[in-house]
Design a binder for this molecule. Sequence first.
Ligand SMILES: Cc1cc2nc3c(=O)[nH]c(=O)nc-3n(C[C@H](O)[C@H](O)[C@H](O)COP(=O)(O)O)c2cc1C
Length: 186
Amino acid sequence: MSELPEKQDYPVDRVRRFLEPGPTVLVSSAWKGETNVMTLGWHIVLGLTPSLVGLRVHAATHSHAMIRDSGECVINLPTTALTDTVVGIGNCSGRDVDKFAQFGLTRQPAAMVGAPLIGECHACFECRLHDDSLADRYNFFVFEVVKAHVAPLPDHPETLHYTGDCTFMLAGRTITRRELFRREMV
Ligand SMILES: Cc1cc2nc3c(=O)[nH]c(=O)nc-3n(C[C@H](O)[C@H](O)[C@H](O)COP(=O)(O)O)c2cc1C
């Protein structure tokens, strides 16, 4: 058996570095003729049918009000080709700038929600607000994905995974253990 890794005390406010494996996304919104987009790393899948995703959108952001008022958003999946744009979008507010114009992003109409799809992204998931009962306490919104648009290739795009401290992990190699999974788990 391999040696057990020796561990040391670690600051609890930095454990995010190890627990945030999900891809950084761009959340677009629309309200009263205005569109906006923010960078978001804190999300979690909460159900498959219906397809539920939880997003933590800080109350101080312009997106928070737009998402809450419209009850809709689009979760867009950027790849490493958009790395600088992802950081730039997270560094400014739609209160001050039109981020679609500033970062040269293409707005495309969604089928089921008012928020725009971002043409440059690998995938776009149209969402309707499902539950905002934790919004006041945790800035947490549960959305239902009502329509998904995905580029067929590559199957596993090189996504950005934010670990804090200005650092992203990149999606890399994939491995499968299909033979070890119980059928009902697949
Ligand atoms: C890599 C990265 C990840 C971020 N993740 C989140 C997040 O999960 N939730 C959040 O509220 N803000 C997050 N932010 C900050 C927002 O993107 C930022 O406050 C943005 O300027 C809000 O824009 P808005 O005011 O136009 O809505 C993140 C920023 C970066 C750069």
